[in-house]
Design a protein around this ligand. Structure first.
Ligand SMILES: *Cc1c(COP(=O)(O)O)cnc(C)c1O
Length: 447
C-alpha cells in the first residue's frame, strides 16, 4: 500500500507540474486515445500499480487543465493545496459521515465548518446546513425545506401526503435564474414551466418592483451572483416584499455568496442574510476538489423535517446526525476538505482569494477593452463577458483561444448576444497568467 500511495503522489505531482506547460484543453490525440478504454470487462485481475499507470497514461492527457492557473471556464475554481491533501487523507479514511456512529471525525468537521461557514458568509448563526454535491442539489435541498414550510403553514404535510391535492405554491424566479434552479424546482414537483418569471435589468438583476403580488403558499428565488455577469438581485427589497406576504425567500448564491467573505465586496450581499435559505458551492470559489455544495436554512428544524430519514419528528440525539439534513444517507465526508480549506486560508486568506480573483477579472476586462474587444457586463465581481463581434466571429475566436491552449474560456449567450465568458475563480491564478492569457486572446482575436 505504501509503495502504491507513494507512486500515486509522484504521479499526481508530475501531473500538476505538467499543467504549467501543456495546453489547458486536451490535445486531439489525447481524445482519440480514450478509445483504448473501449474494452470488454477484463476477465483477469491487474496489479494496482499497473491500473494507476494505465489511468495516468490514458487519462491525464485527456483531462481539461482545470487544476492549473489559466482555466477560466464556467465557474470552476481549483483545489487549494491543503484541500487536495485533505481529500487524499479522507480517501484513505473512507468515512461515511451520515451518522455520528459511522464517522465521529466526519460529522464533527461538518458541525465545526457549519459554524465557520455561517460566520464567514454572514448568514444567521444557528441556521441548519447540508453538505451535498453541488449548488443544484443545494438548491433542491433548501427548496425542499421551503416547500415543507409554506405547505405546513397551509395545514398540509407534504412529506407524508405528497403534492397530490396540496394547496398550490406560487414560485417566483428571476428571468435570468440559473437553469439548475429551475431543474431543482422540477424535481420537487413544483414544475419547471409553472414558475413565474420576473423581468430583469441589463445585468440580469430581478426588478424588485416587478415582483407579482403574492398570496398563500409562495417561494421567491433570488440570485446572488449571475453566472454570466456576476450581478446580484436586490435582496433587501425582495426579502422585504416576500416576507410581508408570508412568502419564503431563497437565494441561489453558487459563487456570489462568497463575496460576503471580503470586506471589499461584502456590500454586494446586502439583504441576502434576510432570506430563509441559501445554496452555494464550495467547489467553486472556496477551491476544494469536486464535488462540494452547501445548503443553509435559517429554520434548521424545517430542513430536518424535509430531509429526515426516519419519522421527521424524532428528537435530536446527543450528536448532530448529518443524514437528518441531507438528501443522501451515505456520501463522502465533504467537511474534511472544507475544513482544510478554511483552516489553511483563514478569514484573511479567503478575503484575499476573492479580492485577487476580482482584481484579475477587472484587469482582463480593461486589457481586452483596450485591445478592441467589447465587454458586455459591468465589472462587479469575477465574471467577464467578451464579444469579438457577431456570434459567428465570437465563436470562432473562442475556438482559436481553446486550440491555442494558453488558457481556456467558453462561450455563453447573454440576453441575445453570444459572448466569451472569463471566470476568474482559482487560487492558483497569478498576475503573469492574466498577462499571458490576455496576449493569447488578443492574438486569437487578431486573426
Ligand atoms: C454553478 C451554478 C449552479 C449549479 O451548481 P453545480 O455545483 O454545478 O450544481 C447554480 N447556480 C449558479 C448561479 C451557478 O453559478
Amino acid at each position: 500500500m505504501r509503495a502504491l500511495l507513494n507512486l500515486t503522489a509522484e504521479t499526481a505531482a508530475r501531473y500538476l507540474e505538467n499543467l504549467e506547460e501543456r495546453s489547458v484543453a486536451p490535445s486531439p490525440e489525447a481524445l482519440v486515445g480514450l478509445t483504448e478504454l473501449d474494452e470488454p470487462l477484463p476477465e483477469l485481475p491487474m496489479a494496482a500499480e499497473s491500473v494507476l499507470e494505465t489511468l495516468d497514461r490514458i487519462g491525464s492527457p485527456a483531462t481539461v487543465g482545470m487544476a492549473g492557473r489559466r482555466y477560466f471556464g464556467f465557474v470552476i475554481g481549483g483545489s487549494l493545496p491543503a484541500a487536495l491533501a485533505a481529500n487524499w487523507l479522507a480517501g484513505a479514511w473512507d468515512q461515511c459521515p451520515g451518522l455520528f456512529a459511522a464517522s465521529p471525525i466526519g460529522t464533527k468537521l461538518e458541525e465545526v465548518c457549519l459554524g465557520w461557514l455561517l460566520d464567514v458568509l454572514k448568514l444567521p448563526a444557528g441556521s441548519g446546513g447540508a453538505y451535498v454535491t453541488g449548488a443544484t442539489v443545494a438548491n433542491f435541498t433548501a427548496l425542499a425545506a421551503a416547500r415543507h414550510t409554506v405547505l405546513a403553514r397551509a395545514g398540509w404535510d407534504v412529506e407524508a401526503d405528497g403534492l397530490f391535492g396540496a394547496p398550490p405554491i406560487t414560485v417566483v424566479v428571476g428571468d435570468e435564474a440559473h437553469p439548475s434552479l429551475i431543474k431543482a424546482l422540477g424535481m420537487l414537483g413544483l414544475g419547471r414551466s409553472r414558475v413565474l418569471r420576473v423581468p430583469v435589468d441589463s445585468q440580469g438583476r430581478m426588478l424588485a418592483t416587478a415582483l407579482p403580488p403574492l398570496k398563500g403558499p409562495a417561494i421567491v428565488c433570488m440570485q446572488a451572483g449571475n453566472v454570466n455577469t456576476g450581478a446580484f438581485d436586490p435582496a433587501v427589497e425582495i426579502c422585504e416584499r416576500a416576507h410581508l406576504s408570508g412568502a419564503w425567500a431563497h437565494v441561489d448564491g453558487a459563487f456570489g455568496l462568497w463575496a460576503a467573505a471580503s470586506p471589499q465586496y461584502v456590500h454586494l450581499v446586502a439583504g441576502v442574510a434576510d432570506a430563509d435559505s441559501w445554496a452555494t458551492d464550495a467547489h467553486k470559489w472556496l477551491n476544494v476538489p469536486y464535488d462540494s455544495g452547501l445548503a443553509f436554512v435559517r429554520d434548521a428544524a424545517a430542513l430536518k423535517k424535509a430531509m429526515s430519514l426516519t419519522a421527521a419528528y424524532l428528537p435530536q440525539g446527543r450528536h448532530r446526525e448529518p443524514s437528518q439534513y441531507t438528501p443522501e444517507l451515505s456520501r463522502r465526508a465533504r467537511g474534511v476538505e472544507i475544513w482544510a480549506a478554511l483552516k489553511s486560508l483563514g478569514r484573511t486568506g479567503l478575503a484575499d482569494l476573492i479580492e485577487r480573483n476580482c482584481r484579475f477579472a477587472r484587469r482582463f476586462a480593461a486589457a481586452l477593452q483596450q485591445g478592441g474587444c467589447e465587454i458586455l457586463n459591468e465589472m462587479g465581481l469575477n465574471q467577464v463577458l467578451v464579444s469579438f463581434g457577431d456570434a459567428a466571429r465570437t465563436l470562432q475566436v473562442i475556438e482559436r483561444v481553446q486550440c491555442d491552449g494558453t488558457c481556456w474560456c467558453g462561450p455563453t449567450d447573454w440576453q441575445g448576444r453570444t459572448a466569451m465568458r472569463i471566470s476568474v475563480s482559482s487560487w492558483a491564478t497569478r498576475d503573469e497568467d492574466v498577462e499571458r492569457s490576455v496576449t493569447a486572446i488578443l492574438r486569437a482575436a487578431a486573426v
